[in-house]
Design a binder for this molecule. Structure first.
Ligand SMILES: Cc1cc2nc3c(=O)[nH]c(=O)nc-3n(C[C@H](O)[C@H](O)[C@H](O)COP(=O)(O)OP(=O)(O)OC[C@H]3O[C@@H](n4cnc5c(N)ncnc54)[C@H](O)[C@@H]3O)c2cc1C
Length: 384
């Protein structure tokens, strides 16, 4: 099982990232600022449009290229969460949008003229239980009228468009429980002037996440993606790519932590010898390395299946869970290796530690992955 490693792309990404060293991220983190310059540099270099077909102005590369880019960004100590969704959110339009929607949006997304990196699924009352979401979209002439609330819509203030999942048929009236939800492309600027309010959420890391309120927001019916009522299926179809790419980011994080911990363990001398000579310091780093390598194989397995057009649901979920566990173990080893300095901002360790913790919870939490495997792979009874 070999996937294209994209070593040339990785080298170029690493070069770009070297222009955004630790102090850049420390300042952004301190002020909770969006890393506009970094995102612009990735956009200008064409990295955020690699998955868009050439016919629409993108590079038309496969998922392995996107994974290589995001892994490298993280391995260089940068934070791809500011813009990773620009790579894959367009997949909903690409796979399920009409020819007119693709022609209207994809070339502009590819050129970086439109930012399509807000994804409104999660709601405060329904949480992981997406089918219970309460935001409604009611048809009214040539429009739909949106009412409700989303939470954790990341990058909403830095996006021109949002992919929104809303209920178009009441839950009680649908034949199948997975029906009755629909996907819309929301023009954020237009919606902001017409009943949509975005409220930033303060979090433990710099993630630009928000809460969004919809009060009679009108969206043209021409912005409905695919068939009304089939939206849940469209959203699900994009989740494997998202999970694989987040897993690749976690592998990058793990590599950064392991490198940083090993370098420090070689350099730091206490009791007249490098701390890395002590097995108590070596072993957690070595164990995290082994975990990272195993998770990386699972990421490659998931990518191989994805690129072959096979069903990779189990592999994508396992890759995401194992890679998130590996990055967390590597982060823990890195903080411990640094002793007190692990807590000092200038080392970047505490920042990366906070950033990588997210992936145990988002975009899907570990428990829900285990539930998926239990039910769909092990044929155990559904627990919820
Ligand atoms: C920083 C950040 C950015 C995010 N960005 C986005 C975004 O851009 N767009 C978006 O739509 N969402 C986004 N999310 C939401 C994210 O996908 C959810 O937080 C995540 O899926 C978990 O949902 P929840 O927070 O509602 O937790 P809940 O569903 O309330 O679950 C809470 C805990 O209970 C556990 N749990 C729940 N049900 C079960 C069960 N049946 N069995 C076992 N355990 C269970 C979960 O595993 C979890 O640990 C983001 C979240 C964060 C924190």
């Amino acid at each position: 099982m070999t996937i294209n490693n994209h070593s040339e792309i990785r080298e170029e990404v690493a070069k770009l990232c070297s222009k955004f060293p630790g102090p850049y991220w420390q300042e952004k983190d301190r002020n909770r600022d969006y890393p506009t310059e970094f995102v612009q540099a990735l956009t200008d270099a064409g990295y955020l449009s690699v998955l868009i077909p050439e016919a629409f102005g993108g590079a038309g590369l496969q998922l392995s290229a996107a994974a290589a880019i995001l892994e490298e960004v993280q391995a260089q100590g940068c934070n791809g969460s500011a813009c990773h969704a620009q790579m894959y959110t367009m997949g909903t339009v690409l796979r399920h949008g009409s020819d007119a929607q693709k022609a209207e949006y994809l070339p502009k997304v590819a050129a970086g003229e439109l930012r399509l990196q807000a994804f409104g699924v999660t709601e405060p009352t329904s949480g992981t239980d997406t089918l219970s979401l309460k935001t409604t979209a009611k048809r009214d002439g040539d429009d739909y009228i949106i009412n409700g609330q989303k939470i954790w819509t990341s990058r909403a203030e830095h996006s021109d468009l949002m992919i929104l999942l809303a209920r178009t048929t009441p839950k009680e009236e649908v034949k199948k429980r997975t029906e009755g939800l629909s996907v819309f492309i929301v023009d954020m600027q237009r919606a902001k002037d017409n009943g949509m309010t975005i409220c930033p959420i303060e979090t433990m890391m710099n993630h630009n996440s928000t809460e969004i309120f919809f009060d009679n927001v009108r969206v043209p019916a021409s912005n409905l993606i695919g068939e009304e009522g089939m939206g849940f299926r469209y959203i699900l179809s994009g989740m494997n790519a998202e999970r694989i790419l987040i897993a690749a980011e976690c592998i990058g994080d793990a590599k950064w932590f392991i490198q940083k911990a090993s370098d420090y363990a070689r350099d730091r001398t206490v009791f007249q010898k490098p701390i890395g000579q002590n097995q108590g310091v070596q072993f957690p780093i070595a164990k995290a390395y082994a975990q990272m390598k195993a998770a990386e194989l699972m990421v490659h397995d998931a990518i191989t299946k994805y690129e072959a057009g096979e069903n990779c649901g189990a592999e994508a979920n396992m890759a995401k869970m194992l890679a998130a566990d590996a990055s967390w173990a590597a982060g823990e080893a890195c903080v411990q290796t640094h002793g007190g300095f692990g807590f000092a901002t200038e080392y970047d360790v505490e920042r990366k530690f906070r950033e990588t913790r997210l992936y145990q919870v988002a975009p899907i939490s570990t428990n829900l992955i285990l539930s998926f495997l239990s039910e769909h792979v092990l044929d155990l009874p559904r627990s919820y």
